[in-house]
Design a protein around this ligand. Structure first.
Ligand SMILES: Cc1cc2nc3c(=O)[nH]c(=O)nc-3n(C[C@H](O)[C@H](O)[C@H](O)COP(=O)(O)OP(=O)(O)OC[C@H]3O[C@@H](n4cnc5c(N)ncnc54)[C@H](O)[C@@H]3O)c2cc1C
Length: 541
C-alpha cells in the first residue's frame, strides 16, 4: 500500500508528537509513525518531572531558562497533564553548603522564582524529610503525565487532519538523487508493509535517531544514556524533592500519581534496545533516598525501570554522560551531510519538547519555502479545555460523587469497567499494556495482581477475543510487569509477588492455559510463555 504526505515524522515520543501537532496546526499534511505505542520509549520511561530549571541553573543557564519558560507554557496548554506539586531544593549534610547561595543567585538570574523557607516550615509541609537538612528553597517544579500528553497532542493534530500510525516501524528510508523521499514502514502487528512518500522526513526517533541517520547515510552520534528509577509504593512526599548540589545519581524524588519515584542513574549503554537494570543501580537509589528521607529503605519499592536519554554529541563522548549537554540538537542534513529532505531533532528534555517542535517546524517551513507562524505556545490542547491542573484525588472524587459508575476493576488506580469498555471501543488494541498507559490499570501497589485477569476477561467479552488471544494478552502483560518487579524482589514486595504468583499460577494455572501464538488467533493451542514470571526463589536468592 502507498500513501503520500508533505511531512513524515518518525517517532511517537513527546518530541515527535509535539512536532506532529505543530506541523498540523501550521497547515501541513503530516503523518507520524511509531514502532510501538505512543510514548512507549524514553518519554514513557522518564522521571515525570516538569523541570523548573532549578536543576540546571548553576551549570547551564540557557537550559534552565528554556525549562522555566516551557514550564509556564505547559501549565497553560496541557493543564490536565501537569500536577502543580511545587519543588524543594534541600541542602542535606552531604551537599556542599556553599552551593545553596550560588543556587539561589543562579535561579534568580534566569528568572526562576526560588524562595528560601525555614527548615521548620519545610518539615511542616513534608514531614518525612530528613530533619538534618540545613536550608530549603522552593521552586515551581511539577509532575507531568506523559501518556495523556502524547494522546492530547496527536488527537489535537488529528483535528487538523494529521494521521498517527502506531505499531508501525520504519524499516527503510526511500531515497532518490541524494534526497530522502519517504520511508518503508511495517505494521508490526499484522506484518503489512506500507510505502510512505513525503516531501520531508523528520527524524524524532530519540535514542534511535542515530540508527535512522545511518540509514539515510548521515553520521549522527546519539548516545543512549540509561537512567534507572525506582517507584516506591506510596507518595511519601507531595512536593518534588531535589538535592541542592551538583547533579548526581538518585538526587530527585518526584511524586507521580499515587507513588513516589526516585532517580536516576546515568550510564552509557551501547544499545538503546537492551539495557538491563543492575543491582548497584537499585541499591544506589535506595541509599540516596535515605539522605533525603530517613528510613527510605524500610519502605516498599514497587518497581524499577530505566529509560535511555538521547544525548547528542558531534564528537564522541567520554564515560561521564552528565557532561554531555542536555540541550537539544536540530540537524539539517542538507547543509550538514548533503542529504536533502531529512531533518533530525534529538536530545533535550521532556519539559522542552514544545520548543524543540517549534524550532523543528520553523526549519521545515524554511526548507519547504513557506512562512507560517507557530501558535503552540498559546493553544490549549484537547482534553485540557477546562484549564484545571491535574489533581490527584480526582478519580476518587469522581467515584464517590458517582460521576463514575460501574464495577471497579483496578482498585489501586481506580479504573472502572465502563472506562475500560470505552477504551476498548475507541481503540483497536488487544494489548493490555496500552490500557495501562491510557488508564493506569495495573500500575498500583498490587502491580496487576488483582485486576489483570479481570481486564483480560473484559477484552474477551468486548473485543470478542478467543480464549487463546485473551490468555496471550494476559501473559504478555504479566511478562512486562515481571521485568520491573524482578530487580526489587525483597521484603514486602516479595510477599506481594508471591501472592500474585499464587493467583496466577496456583488458582488460574497460567502456565497451562491455551493461548494464540501471535496477535491473531492461529487456532493452535500452546502453553502461555511463563518463563521468568515467578522465578521468585531464584531472583530473591
Ligand atoms: C531516566 C530518564 C529520566 C528523565 N527524566 C526527565 C524528567 O524528569 N523531565 C524531563 O523533562 N525530561 C526527562 N528526561 C528526558 C526526556 O525523557 C527525554 O528527553 C524525552 O522523553 C525524549 O523524547 P523523544 O520523543 O525525543 O524520544 P522517545 O520518547 O524515545 O521517542 C522516540 C520514539 O521513536 C520510536 N522509534 C525508534 N525507531 C523507530 C523506527 N525505526 N520506526 C518508528 N519509530 C521508531 C521509538 O519507539 C520511540 O517511541 C529523562 C530521560 C531519562 C532517560
Amino acid at each position: 500500500m502507498n500513501k503520500s504526505t508533505e511531512v513524515l515524522v518518525i517517532g511517537g515520543g513527546v518530541t515527535g508528537c509535539g512536532v506532529l501537532f505543530d506541523l498540523a496546526q501550521r497547515g501541513f499534511k503530516a503523518i507520524l509513525v511509531e514502532r510501538g505505542a505512543l510514548s512507549n520509549a524514553t518519554s514513557g520511561r522518564f522521571h515525570g518531572l516538569l523541570h523548573s530549571g532549578g536543576r540546571y541553573a548553576v551549570k547551564d543557564a540557557e537550559a534552565a531558562e528554556e525549562c522555566i519558560i516551557e514550564n509556564r507554557i505547559l501549565r497553560k496548554i496541557m493543564p490536565h497533564c501537569v500536577e502543580d506539586t511545587g519543588g524543594m531544593f534541600v541542602s542535606t549534610p552531604w551537599d556542599p553548603p556553599e552551593y545553596a547561595d550560588v543556587f539561589m543567585k543562579s535561579c534568580h538570574a534566569v528568572g526562576i522564582e526560588a524562595e528560601e523557607i525555614s527548615v521548620a516550615e519545610a518539615l511542616r509541609r513534608e514531614p518525612m524529610l530528613n530533619p538534618r537538612i540545613r536550608r530549603v528553597f522552593l521552586v515551581p517544579d511539577g509532575s507531568v503525565e506523559t501518556w495523556e500528553a502524547c494522546k492530547s497532542l496527536t488527537e489535537s493534530a488529528a483535528e487538523y487532519g494529521a494521521e498517527t500510525l502506531t505499531y508501525h516501524q520504519v524499516i527503510d528510508l526511500l531515497t532518490r538523487n541524494g534526497k530522502v523521499t519517504g520511508a518503508k514502514v511495517k505494521n508490526i502487528i499484522t506484518g503489512e508493509e506500507l510505502t510512505l512518500e513525503a516531501d520531508l522526513v523528520v527524524n524524532a526517533a530519540g535514542a534511535w535517531g542515530g540508527k535512522l541517520g545511518h540509514i539515510a547515510g548521515c553520521d549522527v552520534t546519539v548516545h543512549a544514556g540509561k537512567g534507572t528509577m525506582v517507584a516506591m509504593n506510596f507518595r511519601m512526599v507531595n512536593t518534588v524533592i531535589n538535592r541542592c548540589g551538583p547533579a548526581a545519581d538518585g538526587d530527585i524524588i518526584v511524586p507521580v500519581g499515587s507513588v513516589a519515584v526516585i532517580g536516576t542513574t546515568s550510564v552509557k549503554v551501547p544499545d538503546p534496545d537492551s539495557y538491563p537494570i543492575e543491582d548497584w543501580e537499585v541499591k544506589k537509589m535506595m541509599d540516596q533516598g535515605e539522605m533525603m528521607i530517613p528510613d527510605f529503605k524500610k519502605f516498599r519499592p514497587l518497581r524499577a525501570w530505566a529509560g535511555v536519554r538521547p544525548l547528542y554529541q558531534e564528537a564522541a563522548a567520554g564515560a561521564d554522560l552528565r557532561k554531555v549537554s542536555r540541550k537539544y540538537a536540530l540537524l539539517d542534513h542538507a547543509t550538514r551531510d548533503g542529504v536533502e529532505g531529512f531533518v533530525t531533532i534529538t536530545g533535550g528534555k521532556w519539559t522542552t519538547y514544545r520548543q524543540m517542535a517549534e524550532h523543528t517546524v520553523d526549519l521545515v517551513c524554511q526548507k519547504l519555502n513557506t512562512q507560517r507562524e507557530c501558535q503552540t505556545a498559546t493553544t490549549v490542547l484537547k482534553h485540557g479545555e477546562s484549564g484545571k491542573l491535574f489533581k490527584l484525588g480526582q478519580r476518587l472524587e469522581n467515584l464517590e460523587t458517582k460521576q463514575w459508575r460501574g464495577q471497579l476493576i483496578c482498585e489501586c488506580e481506580i479504573v472502572t469497567r465502563p472506562q475500560i469498555e470505552a477504551h476498548l471501543a475507541e481503540n483497536h488494541t488487544n494489548i493490555i499494556n496500552d490500557l495501562r498507559r491510557d488508564l493506569r490499570v495495573g500500575m498500583g501497589p498490587c502491580q496487576g495482581g488483582f485486576c489483570t485477569y479481570r481486564v483480560a476477561g473484559i477484552m474477551h467479552e468486548n473485543k470478542k477475543l478467543s480464549a487463546g488471544q485473551a490468555n496471550k494478552a494476559l501473559g504478555d502483560f504479566l511478562q512486562e510487569r515481571w521485568k520491573g518487579a524482578q530487580p526489587i524482589l525483597w521484603g514486602q514486595h516479595l510477599r506481594q509477588f508471591q501472592l500474585d504468583e499464587g493467583i496466577y499460577m496456583g488458582l488460574l494455572g497460567l502456565d497451562k492455559l491455551p493461548t494464540a501464538l501471535s496477535g491473531q488467533d492461529t487456532g493452535r493451542i500452546a502453553e502461555v510463555e511463563t518463563e521468568g514470571y515467578f522465578e521468585v526463589e531464584e531472583a530473591a536468592s
